[in-house]
Design a protein around this ligand. Structure first.
Ligand code: GDP
Length: 363
C-alpha cells in the first residue's frame, strides 16, 4: 500500500515522515528508500503474524508494509509552478490514498506560511492546488479526445466522462465527489487523479491535546471539514512521534502508558488507513517464513493468490483455508485440520481477514 503525505509547509509533515522512517522497516530490505529519500516504509504491526511465526518456527517473518511518499513543496500557487509543486505532484499520482497533515498547534517559534493557524483555510489551499493539478491533466486529455472522438465513437463514453470531470474541477469540486457508473469507475482509475483518491486528515496537535483533543478548536474545524466529505480524522503529535520512533518496543509501551495512550500516532495512522481503504490481510505460514499479504476486502481466492505470484493465479486449482481464530483455538494448523476446520475453497471464494492459506495450482 502506498500513501502520500501532503500539507502546507511547516505543518509537521517532515517531523511525521522522520518518525516514519526511523520507526521504519530495516532499510536494507527496502533499498529504494535510501535512493529515494522521500519514501519511507513501515511495517504493519500484526500480533497474528507473531503467533504464526512461533507456531511454524519460521525462519523469517515478513509483515505487510506501507510506503509513505513525502509530497513536499505544496504551497499556494504550486500548480502554476510557483512552488516546487509539479515535480512532486507526479509522485502523488502513484499513491492509493492521501494523508493530509493539518497544523493544529500554536507555536510562535514555528512560522506559518500563511501567518496564522487556520486549518480550514489551509486545507482549502491544498485542495485547490490538487484540483488545479488534476484540471491541467484532464484538460489536456479532453483536448486530445475532442479531436479523435469524431472519428472513433467508441471513445464517446470516455469523452463525456472527461468533460464532466473537467467541469467539476473548474468549479473547484474534487473528482471523488462525483457519482460514477461501474464503467466510469474503471476509466477513472486509469486517469490516476489525485482528487479521486480517498483522504485521511492528520490533525497535528500539541502534546497536551494528544490524549484528549476535546477543546481544541482547530481539531474541531478539521473534523467539520472531514465530515462534509465523509473522511476520517486522526490526531497525532509530530514531536511525540519523533520521540517514540527511536524507542524499542518495551520502552514504547511504557512511554505510551505514561502518556495515557494505547497506541502511537503512527500505528493509528496505519490502522485507519487500512480501514479507509477497506484492506484486509491473509497469511501464509511455514518453516521458511510467515508472511502477511494485503488485499482489498472482497478479493477472491485466485486474485489473492496472484499477489504472491501471477503463475499461482493463472494455474489456480484450490485454496486450503484455515481461519486464524480456529488455529489459535486449536493450537496448531494440524490440530485445526484434524478437527475438520481446514476448508477447501474454489475460484469463487471471497477471502476473509485472517485467513491462513495454502494455494494449490498447476504449473
Ligand atoms: P513540514 O514543512 O510540514 O515538513 O514541517 P516540519 O515537520 O518541518 O515542522 C515544522 C516545525 O514545526 C518544526 O520546527 C517542528 O519541530 C515543528 N513541529 C512539528 N510538529 C509539531 C508539534 O506537534 N508541535 C509543535 N509545537 N511543533 C511541531
Amino acid at each position: 500500500m502506498k500513501l502520500g503525505i501532503v500539507g502546507l509547509p511547516n505543518v509537521g509533515k517532515s517531523t511525521l515522515f522522520n518518525a516514519i522512517t526511523s520507526a521504519g522497516a530495516e532499510s536494507a530490505n527496502y533499498p529504494f528508500c535510501t535512493i529515494e529519500p522521500n519514501i519511507g516504509v513501515v511495517e504493519v504491526p500484526d500480533k497474528r503474524l507473531e503467533f504464526l511465526t512461533k507456531m511454524s518456527n519460521s525462519g523469517k517473518t515478513v509483515p505487510a508494509v506501507i510506503e509513505f511518499f513525502d509530497i513536499a513543496g505544496l504551497v499556494k500557487g504550486a500548480s502554476k509552478g510557483e512552488g516546487l509543486g509539479n515535480k512532486f505532484l507526479s509522485h502523488i499520482r502513484e499513491v492509493e490514498a492521501v494523508v493530509h497533515v493539518v497544523r493544529c498547534f500554536d507555536d510562535e517559534n514555528v512560522i506559518h506560511v500563511e501567518s496564522t493557524v487556520d486549518p480550514k483555510r489551509d486545507i482549502e489551499i491544498i485542495e485547490l492546488e490538487l484540483v488545479l493539478a488534476d484540471l491541467e491533466v484532464m484538460s489536456k486529455r479532453l483536448e486530445r479526445l475532442s479531436k479523435v472522438v469524431k472519428n472513433d465513437k467508441s471513445l464517446l463514453p470516455e469523452f463525456e466522462l472527461v468533460q464532466r470531470i473537467v467541469q467539476a474541477l473548474e468549479n473547484e469540486q474534487q473528482a471523488r465527489f462525483l457519482e460514477y457508473t461501474d464503467e466510469e469507475e474503471k476509466l477513472l482509475k486509469t486517469f490516476n487523479l489525485i482528487t479521486a483518491k480517498p483522504v485521511l486528515y492528520a490533525a497535528n496537535v500539541d502534546e497536551k491535546y494528544l490524549e484528549d483533543p476535546t477543546g481544541n478548536a482547530y481539531v474541531d474545524e478539521v473534523k467539520k471539514h472531514a465530515a462534509q466529505d465523509n473522511s476520517e480524522v486522526i490526531t497525532v503529535c509530530g514531536k511525540i512521534e519523533e520521540e517514540i520512533s527511536v524507542l524499542d518496543d518495551e520502552e514504547k509501551k511504557e512511554f505510551l502508558q505514561e502518556m495515557g495512550l494505547n497506541e502511537s500516532g503512527l500505528d493509528k495512522l496505519i490502522r485507519t488507513s487500512y480501514h479507509l481503504l477497506g484492506l484486509i490481510s491473509f497469511f501464509t505460514t511455514g518453516p521458511m517464513e510467515s508472511k502477511a499479504w494485503t488485499i482489498i476486502k472482497g478479493t477472491k481466492a485466485p486474485q489473492a493468490a496472484g499477489k504472491i505470484h501471477s503463475d499461482i493465479e493463472r494455474g489456480f486449482i484450490r485454496a486450503e483455508v484455515t481461519s486464524y481464530k480456529d488455529v489459535v483455538e486449536c493450537g496448531s494448523m494440524l490440530a485445526a485440520k484434524e478437527k475438520g476446520l481446514m476448508r477447501l475453497e474454489g475460484k469463487e471464494y471471497v477471502m476473509e481477514d485472517g485467513d491462513i492459506v495454502l494455494f494449490r495450482f498447476n504449473v
